[in-house]
Design a protein around this ligand. Structure first.
Ligand code: NFS
Ligand code: SF4
Length: 645
């Protein structure tokens, strides 16, 4: 096993220690399995293997001039690569949006049922969303409004005529771009279905046409499914407010029953988090010899319940196995997405119970306690009691919790961040826009997405974010990048003084924010779209998102969801940089379209860069280009990195 030989320069202490322990005990983890699948198929990596019909699989030659140049049906590298990437968008959009759909159903349940386990927690937001959908709010009760908002949201999925409503919240100029190009989304399910149709055998063979529909599908995610997930979660579970918490495996308590919630949808984890504080349950834990109950999160579930309840984060995607390896987890409860199937074998080495809860995501041989929204509290109670009872089976000699946790401030939203920036009474983006216009802030960057074993441990995230901060770029983050930043202390209130350039330090001090703002889970990337729209609306920085001095990055992307996110940011006018290229580099035409020509069509484009410092500089060069186009003042302080001239 070669896992221990990988560079761990950026690894936090907890992850380093747990990886060493796994290696010492010969327990395989993601890094070992990743080694085992090497060397990887180059045709797959380059996106030029097609297996969508049984005349294939067909792969295009990697050697110039050497057949086959086309598949059996005549599809060339351009068609094949575009179809493959487009299907990743469909899958990513489906994942985010199906999550959004389940929240919409939960909102309807809360509106319809007197005794529902869910209530409307943010009525202001409900009323604001109702106005977006043209639903009357005056003199009406919250539940009445909620019922109609839930159906309006559900209509976004299956509408057969007309277009989606949620994207009307984008700047007017942006909506025109989509209309002119014919990519304004009509409905979420429809775009996904049409994409699957177009990319099936013998349909769309024009790579640009395929990828334009890919953008339309991605827009149905960002400005649709994901945005619905975020907005309705805020209505049901409350809109986050800035709060303090902690992150990393050290949040586990050796004397407590430790329960990990892992996955994505907040419907179960939110109830679990609240009910874990129940007095009767604590009593039960004490009877079994534990001093208390700790619930901690992994992946986006962690972000959801951190943002709303301050529940600590155990770790991100690459730490799911490391958490089990502590031997101190009574139960890991999973719902959907980013769950490694390898967990089931690993859990057998410990007393840890792995519990699946969604009918959409089961694992062979793993206990399943099915979660249903209409009996949320009852299922949560059963799960919690089972976890508490498992404390008796913990083997003390197998327990090792690394002494590593980091303080953080999280819970920012498009409404709250700059409410603080602007003073107490009014949500305004003026101070942010002014900061950029006067050259205190260079611009802003969204750094998001997964962690990936094909990168030196978290070097992609941390190397990139630190370089941006040094150069006065404010960073907003979500998903597993957010957790990486938290573990590295970049979300401490005082982090600006250690890492930020002078201008960014001044902004952080004036407003009392860390230089890296945690905006939530991956569906909450829709909050970043909202922030960008609000910055445009505030004025002084152009008419459209594509005018803004901003950039996006997913340095360690892994999931198909990240591909959908990248495409909706590009289609929204944002320069979007990822580490490992999209799997389409076998087609020079597709590469040129996505990294160059597409900018003429939508104002954003793709970039690929594995070196984190160079990645930051490429983003900064883009930001500086936008500053010049807007004729903004030069930067106020000497900069660590100068674009040129
Ligand atoms: Ni996002 Fe969340 Fe993490 Fe990647 Fe997975 S948890 S939805 S996909 S791995 S950031
Ligand atoms: Fe081969 Fe064409 Fe079938 Fe793809 S669609 S597997 S390229 S024959």
């Amino acid at each position: 096993m070669a896992a221990a030989t990988a560079t761990l320069e950026y690894a936090d202490r907890a992850s380093r220690e747990m990886r060493e322990r796994a290696a010492a005990r010969n327990i395989p983890t993601i890094w070992d399995r990743y080694e085992d699948v090497q060397p990887q198929c180059r045709f797959g990596k380059l996106g030029i293997c097609c297996r969508i019909c049984s005349m294939g699989p067909c792969r295009i030659s990697l050697k110039e001039g050497k057949p086959p140049l086309v598949g059996a049906c005549g599809a060339d590298a351009d068609t094949i690569a575009a179809r493959n990437v487009a299907r990743m968008i469909a899958a990513g959009t489906a994942a985010h949006s199906d999550h959004g759909r389940s929240i919409a159903h939960t909102l309807r349940l809360a509106a319809d049922t007197d005794q529902a386990d869910y209530q409307i927690k943010d009525e202001d937001k409900l009323r604001a969303l109702a106005r977006t959908y043209g639903i009357k709010t005056e003199g009406r009760e919250a539940r009445q409004i909620a019922r109609e908002v839930a159906s309006a949201a559900l209509d976004e999925f299956g509408r057969q005529e007309g277009e989606m409503v949620m994207p009307t919240t984008a700047p007017a100029a942006r909506q025109r771009v989509w209309k002119d190009l014919g990519i304004y989304p009509r409905s979420i399910d429809r775009e996904v279905v049409e994409l699957m149709h177009r990319t099936s055998m013998g349909v769309d063979a024009d790579y640009r046409n395929i990828l334009r529909h890919g953008m339309r599908t991605a827009l149905a995610d960002g400005w649709g499914g994901s945005m619905i997930a975020t907005e309705l979660s805020d209505i049901l579970f409350s809109t986050p407010r800035p709060l303090r918490s902690t992150a990393n495996l050290g949040v586990l308590n050796p004397r407590h029953v430790n329960i990990i919630v892992h996955g994505h949808e907040p419907t179960l984890s939110d109830v679990l988090a609240v009910m874990s504080r129940d007095a009767k349950l604590l009593e039960r834990a004490r009877e079994r010899g534990a001093e208390g109950i700790t619930v901690a999160g992994i992946c986006c579930t962690a972000n959801e319940i951190l943002m709303r309840h301050g529940i600590p984060i155990a770790g991100n995607f690459l730490q799911q196995e490391l958490a089990v390896l502590t031997g101190a987890i009574e139960m890991m409860v999973v719902d959907v997405q980013c769950l490694m199937p390898g967990l089931s074998e690993l859990a057998k080495c410990f007393h840890t119970m792995l519990i699946t809860t969604s009918p959409k995501a089961r694992m062979p041989g793993v206990q399943h306690i099915e979660f249903r929204e209409d009996k949320g509290r009852a299922v949560a109670r059963e799960i919690l009691e089972t976890a508490v009872d498992n404390f008796a089976h913990r083997a003390a000699e197998k327990v090792y919790i690394p002494d590593a946790k980091e303080r953080l401030v999280a819970g920012f939203t498009s409404e709250s961040v700059f409410r603080f920036l602007g003073g107490r009474y009014r949500a305004t983006y003026r101070p942010l826009n002014d900061g950029i216009m006067t050259g205190r802030l260079r611009g802003a960057a969204g750094v998001i997405g997964c962690s990936n074993p094909n990168v030196d441990y978290e070097k992609g995230h941390i190397g990139l974010v630190k370089e941006l901060l040094k150069n006065d770029v404010l960073v907003v983050t979500t998903g597993c990048d957010a957790i990486a930043c938290a573990k590295h202390g970049l979300m401490r209130p005082e982090a600006a003084f250690a890492h930020a350039g002078q201008g960014l330090q001044e902004i952080c001090r004036a407003v009392g924010i860390p230089p890296v703002l945690h905006l939530g889970s991956c569906v909450d990337n829709s909050r970043i779209l909202r922030v960008l729209s609000n910055v445009v609306a505030e004025g002084g920085l152009g008419e459209d998102i594509s005018d803004l001095p901003v950039a996006g990055a997913a340095p360690e992307w892994m999931s198909e969801k990240a591909v959908a996110i990248g495409f909706y940011f590009v289609a929204s006018g944002v320069y979007t940089l990822i580490g490992q290229p999209l799997p389409m580099m076998g087609s020079e035409n597709v590469r040129r379209y996505l990294t160059e020509e597409i900018e003429q069509e939508v104002g954003g484009k793709w970039a690929f860069e594995l070196d984190p410092v160079e990645a930051a500089h490429r983003m900064i060069r883009h930001i500086d280009g936008k500053r010049q186009a807007l004729k903004l003042k030069p930067m106020m302080y000497a900069q660590a990195f100068k674009s040129e001239g």
